[in-house]
Design a protein around this ligand. Structure first.
Ligand SMILES: NC(=O)c1ccc[n+]([C@@H]2O[C@H](COP(=O)([O-])OP(=O)(O)OC[C@H]3O[C@@H](n4cnc5c(N)ncnc54)[C@H](O)[C@@H]3O)[C@@H](O)[C@H]2O)c1
Length: 469
């Protein structure tokens, strides 16, 4: 850790290569001087902003006030010391005064795990009420930026609501709220601040959005603007993804060790694949996975590990997760019981005639067994001389579908128009222009359940529903 008191600031501190905030400099209070708050204080001050830190812990306040890092974090002490010398950093336990003396308040108190496993919002709630009390006797527009990791809805339903209730001020007119997640990694937090992986802002109004974006203009010109709820969820999703990657890497490691294979050799090759492995491919919510490879190989790897007595709970969870996705689709269909279900697309993905372990075929069979009327159209699965071979392949991978597959040819229709003409509900399992046209041409009372995100922007259509959006 590099922490020095104000009187021992002697040598020059190398500043990060960022643009100075110049005209965009703001006066900002930061509530909560832990890992996130202390780094924000130091780095925003070095961008030229005037910072007042607030904490209930007197010791942290004194350390920041005197340019010392309250935590171990590379370069933090240097930047804090420099900010204090430049009179851009101060700290206090008086939250009301700090809010009163600034235009923007960053909220970075802790959000620990609650007794029930959820997110404990006690500190967020207390701080929001205190901000509200401070704003009750402050004139002018004030911006409150939540930087804690919180469940979706917290910024508006907890922070803004409490501030409005306590202050008597109105959101959008007297104050604005934004959610601006913090993506820093402890240990390299200062470096991450000046070279962020991304900057995401969800704000209650345009004015607030611009104020927050200006604060970061020195380090990121390509801010991602989105809704508050999306910004809140992005933070949670990121960390769940990171945890998934660590758990996955470790399960690969345990399996490799069981086979005396160097796991780092395996993963060093794995990470070189930026087309399929480390890319957005396979990551967008949509249909369950299927086909001739993924389910088979997941089963094979789980079996290998079991044979060696190696526990791979993440790998073991993949098939159950896939099955639960199809159960979710069945649940979405419950309100339409009695209607004829038409499947647009039958194979496990578009542009193939492979029916092996198609999740759509599994779904169709399950609904058929439950007594629903079903039919399907797929340009690559037509009732012609090649169908028998496709069904034979499907049978070999799913013997339990034997009886359904006997009936299947009679449930196929030859055109999308024919299918749409008979159906009361359409299930779309391939994203193609042909199916977009078919959906657009349907009668308005035909419900659409989209498993593949046919449209980037969601249609304003009561009879359209996405499987996971
Ligand atoms: N630590 C990280 O690497 C990291 C990264 C990204 C996001 N986050 C999120 O940021 C938030 C803060 O995390 P942290 O690690 O900095 O927490 P922390 O526990 O280190 O710091 C929180 C600080 O808030 C202070 N505090 C609590 N109530 C207060 C109040 N009413 N007024 C003033 N100060 C108050 C506490 O005394 C403490 O110093 C959490 O939601 C966390 O999930 C943390």
């Amino acid at each position: 850790m590099s922490s020095r008191s104000l009187n021992v600031v002697a040598e020059a501190v190398t500043l990060p290569a960022t643009k100075p905030a110049e005209n965009s400099s703001q006066s900002i209070s930061v509530i909560g001087l832990g890992y996130v708050g202390a780094v924000s204080m130091a780095c925003l001050a070095s961008l030229g902003h005037r910072m007042i830190g607030v904490d209930i812990a007197e010791e942290k306040v004194q350390q920041i006030k005197h340019g010392r890092a309250p935590i171990v974090e590379a370069r933090l002490g240097d930047l804090l010391a420099e900010g204090v010398v430049a009179r851009r950093i101060d700290a206090t336990t008086d939250l009301a005064q700090a809010v009163h003396d600034t235009d923007v308040t960053f909220l970075s108190v802790g959000t620990p795990t609650a007794a029930d496993g959820g997110c404990d919002l006690t500190y967020v709630l207390d701080a929001s009420r205190a901000i509200g009390a401070a704003l009750a006797c402050k004139d002018g527009f004030h911006t409150v930026v939540l930087r804690c990791s919180v469940p979706p809805g917290t910024t508006l339903d907890v922070v803004a609501t409490e501030i409005a209730a306590v202050s008597g001020k109105r959101l959008g007119r007297d104050f604005g709220v934004a959610f601006n997640p913090e993506f820093l990694r402890e240990g390299v937090a200062v470096a991450d601040f000046f070279a962020p992986s991304k900057t995401v802002i969800g704000a209650s109004d345009k004015r607030t959005e611009e104020i927050v974006a200006r604060i970061f203009s020195g380090v990121d010109d390509h801010v991602i603007f989105t809704s508050i709820a999306v910004a809140e969820l992005v933070k949670y999703v990121d960390n769940v993804w990171h945890a998934t990657k660590v758990a996955f890497g470790n399960e690969v490691g345990r399996l490799c060790k069981g086979y005396s294979v160097d796991s780092h050799d395996v993963m060093n090759i794995f990470v070189q694949d930026k087309k399929l492995n480390l890319s957005s491919y396979y990551l967008k919510p949509g249909n369950a996975f299927g086909g001739s490879c993924l389910p088979k190989e997941v089963r094979a790897v789980a079996h290998l590990a079991r044979g060696l007595g190696i526990d791979l709970p993440l790998v073991e969870s993949l098939i159950p997760s896939n099955v639960s996705h199809l159960k979710h689709v069945e649940k979405l269909l419950e309100p339409y019981a009695g209607r004829h279900i038409g499947f647009l697309g039958l194979t496990f993905k578009a542009s193939t005639d492979d029916l092996r372990e198609s999740p759509t075929l599994d779904l169709m069979a399950a609904l058929h067994a439950a007594g629903w009327q079903v039919s399907a159209y797929d340009g690559n699965v037509q009732p012609d001389e090649r169908l028998a071979a496709k069904l034979a392949a499907a049978r070999s991978s799913r013997p339990q579908l034997n009886r359904f597959l006997d009936r299947m040819p009679s449930l196929l229709v030859e055109t999308a128009e024919q299918l749409v003409g008979n159906a009361g509900v359409l299930i779309v399992s391939h994203a193609s222009d042909e199916f977009r046209r078919a959906v657009a041409a349907r009668a308005p009372n035909i419900h659409v359940l989209d498993l593949v995100r046919l449209y980037r922007s969601l249609p304003q259509d009561q009879a359209y529903e996405g499987v996971a959006w």
